[in-house]
Design a protein around this ligand. Structure first.
Ligand SMILES: *Cc1c(COP(=O)(O)O)cnc(C)c1O
Length: 385
């Protein structure tokens, strides 16, 4: 079950927040001849790098493209293994398959829902080249432990921070903890460019390679339009999208403040409902709230959870089952031989998560409506047993 589609959505799962200034920024680009490869992309890259605290930023047309370029820039290829999490959006594993390398999943930490560092070392083999960790639901992975393991075994680290723009770990912004990281600007993320993403890194060589590969393999400087130094792609972000990104990024503080406020309202209303576990926030962690995902207690089954989502849809409330484990997607089962039971913690968590409607301008009375109906749905599901 995925999004439950209904004709009567009163409260959607997510909703982009586009201001008048955002629209004007897009229109102003349309009044110039620079719709792509122009000054807005450069400005966006500079501003993102500055915000994250990274030396380099390379804008691309999606975080998925960015992950692919990082895998290539690190030279990961057929025969190599990359250790990663099964509890994520599918891109974080697909990017490894793009280059015919093998994603090796390890189970997650039941609190942070991120890759569990304690499970990593036993999965390392001679073929392991990298660890790709995800800051799931904006909660930073345990980067100090991951960095220690990577150093000890001489592995590369990759950060999928697509959900964590503005999150912090030990006072440092997500995106910064690996050889290279990605952020996403898809419409449901903290800020949007329509479609878009960025690679952030302190490594000049990785930045240069990614910039070139995103632009058809052209050299970065003194490039002739029809000279291609290496195999490249068209993964460019346009200046139209970049202008929207610049305008949105200028509001990031206010956006995170609003999202934190909505999360707090949910916490207050849901914390005391029996059967509901509100999102965990670890010590030394700041969350930028991509989504608000609750978990049901062990008394509820996957079927109960799906029924609850269906009941909520009937009330006009759109919820979702973020995430279905990646190792249980059909082509992963087939290609890599994973099955139900392979990663019990991930599966137990995944069976009981519900993403609730969550966006900047969600009102208190809407949060109240969601909480009220959730309480009813939980009670009714149990009555039906
Ligand atoms: C959204 C997301 C992506 C993909 O981002 P796109 O910009 O849509 O390609 C990758 N990884 C995670 C964890 C995500 O949530």
């Amino acid at each position: 079950m995925n999004y439950v589609r209904t004709n009567n959505i009163k409260i959607p799962l997510s909703r982009p927040d586009i201001s008048k200034a955002d629209k004007e920024a897009v229109l102003s680009v349309l009044n110039t001849p620079h719709l792509s490869l122009g000054p807005k992309v450069r400005e966006f890259e500079e501003k993102i790098a500055h915000y994250i605290g990274a030396k380099y930023a390379v804008a691309i047309n999606s975080a998925t493209s960015g992950l692919h370029l990082i895998i290539r820039a690190l030279g990961i290829q057929g025969g190599d293994e990359v250790i990663t999490t099964p509890f994520s959006f599918i891109s974080s594993a697909n990017c490894i398959l793009y280059e015919r390398a093998k994603p090796v999943f390890v189970d997650i930490d039941p609190l942070t829902l991120n890759i569990d560092p304690y499970n990593i070392e036993k999965a390392i083999t001679k073929r392991t080249k990298a660890i790709l960790a995800v800051d799931v639901f904006s909660h930073p992975a345990e980067w100090d432990k991951l960095q220690r393991i990577a150093r000890k075994h001489k592995l590369k680290l990759i950060e999928d921070s697509a959900e964590a723009l503005g999150s912090e770990y030990n006072g440092k912004k997500c995106g910064n903890f690996a050889e290279a990281g990605v952020l996403s600007f898809y419409p449901n993320k903290q800020i949007t460019t329509g479609e878009g993403g960025v690679i952030v890194t302190d490594n000049k060589k990785i930045a240069g390679l990614c910039k070139s590969m995103a632009n058809q393999g052209r050299r970065i400087k003194d490039s002739n339009w029809l000279d291609h130094a290496r195999l490249g792609y068209n993964y460019r972000l346009s200046d139209i999208n970049a202008a929207l990104g610049i305008a949105q990024l200028s509001r990031i503080k206010e956006i995170i403040k609003k999202r934190t406020g909505v999360a707090r309202m949910y916490n207050e209303k849901l914390r005391k409902i029996p059967g509901i576990i509100v999102p965990y926030v670890g010590p030394k962690v700041k969350i930028s709230w991509f989504v608000y995902v609750i978990r049901l207690s062990g008394a509820y089954s996957r079927k109960d959870r799906d029924n609850i989502i269906r009941k909520m849809a009937k009330k006009g409330i759109q919820c979702s089952n973020y995430f279905r484990p990646i190792h249980l997607q059909p082509f992963y089962k087939e290609a890599l031989g994973y099955k139900r039971g392979s990663f019990p913690i991930c599966e137990a968590v995944s069976d009981r998560t519900i993403a609730l409607p969550f966006y900047n301008n969600l009102k208190e009375k809407e949060v109240h409506y969601v909480a009220y109906n959730l309480r009813e749905a939980l009670a009714n599901v149990k009555k039906a047993d």
